[in-house]
Design a protein around this ligand. Structure first.
Ligand SMILES: [Zn+2]
Length: 269
């Protein structure tokens, strides 16, 4: 076993609080038991790491890369909550969400692709307060990308007992910083498109055809709702503003990735 690699993995990984060195052998018989325990933990850490790598790859391949002709190919950095070792929603669900968003955003000449994926701890599975929404997004992330968090349950912070499918959330300390939180509750595929509409400057609307109109109605069904013409124009305007300011960086213009952390988040990821 590569001891240095194992030490690094354990130091960074889920077993960060366990001894950092993996020593299979010891010169002192009294230390053999501890060395054995460390080796077991090391192997377990490597196996878990490998499992997460495979899991991350499944999300990455579930979303096609943008065509090279795309002028506005924007990357998503996805953070997925793990519960009992499993993501709260599987790659097929995520794939359908991105595909639906891409179908609607074609009118705005925008394509989304998955730039990176991370798994986060189960304590983020249930987002029940404004403070949690803030803290969820105040973590190390890559500039120029759209940050999306996939959780199990997202509570409505305005109406007690109400559950949400998703939210476009602004950090209350730095409102220019924002991200999307998706609840695993959505059994369809439209919540990412709707929240991305907010991300691109669209409020809720009353256009009958619009995915931004939340008024209960059967016609058209959610699966057939699109952006109304005035919404397309407004979203294009926001697209250009975000691109010109460097808030969003199209993939084919993307340089070395720069990662930053929310200033008020003292914890490492
Ligand atoms: Zn909304």
């Amino acid at each position: 076993m590569d001891r240095d690699r194992c030490s690094t993995l354990i130091a960074k990984g889920p077993f960060a609080k366990t001894p950092r060195r993996c020593t299979a052998a010891s010169a002192h018989p009294s230390q053999r038991h501890r060395a054995y325990t460390r080796s077991v933990l090391c192997v377990a850490g490597l196996l878990l790491f490998a499992q997460l790598e495979v899991g991350a790859a499944a999300f990455m391949v579930a979303v096609p890369r943008c065509p090279e002709t795309a002028d506005h190919c924007f990357g998503i950095e996805l953070f997925v909550v793990l519960e009992h070792g499993k993501p709260v929603r599987d790659p097929a669900w995520w794939s359908a969400q991105v595909a639906h968003a891409n179908a609607l955003f074609a009118a705005i000449d925008v394509v989304f692709e998955l730039a990176d994926v991370h798994f986060i701890e189960s304590r983020w599975a249930h987002i029940h307060s404004r403070v949690m929404r803030d803290e969820l997004g105040r973590r190390e992330r890559t500039n120029g990308l759209i940050h999306v968090f996939m959780v199990r349950q997202l509570d409505d912070v305005d109406i007690e007992g109400n559950l949400l499918y998703g939210v476009h959330w602004r950090d209350r300390r730095r409102t220019e910083t924002r991200w999307i939180i998706l609840s695993a509750r959505d059994s369809g595929s439209t919540v990412l498109a709707h929240e991305a509409g907010h991300y691109f400057g669209l409020p809720h609307s009353t256009y009958p055809v619009s995915v931004m109109n939340k008024a209960p109605r059967d016609d058209p069904p959610w699966s057939e709702r699109i952006f109304a013409e005035p919404e397309v124009a407004r979203a294009q305007h926001h697209r250009d503003r975000m691109r010109e300011s460097g808030f969003l960086v199209p993939r084919f213009k993307r340089g070395p990735q720069v990662r930053t952390r929310g200033a008020s988040d003292p914890r490492p990821l």
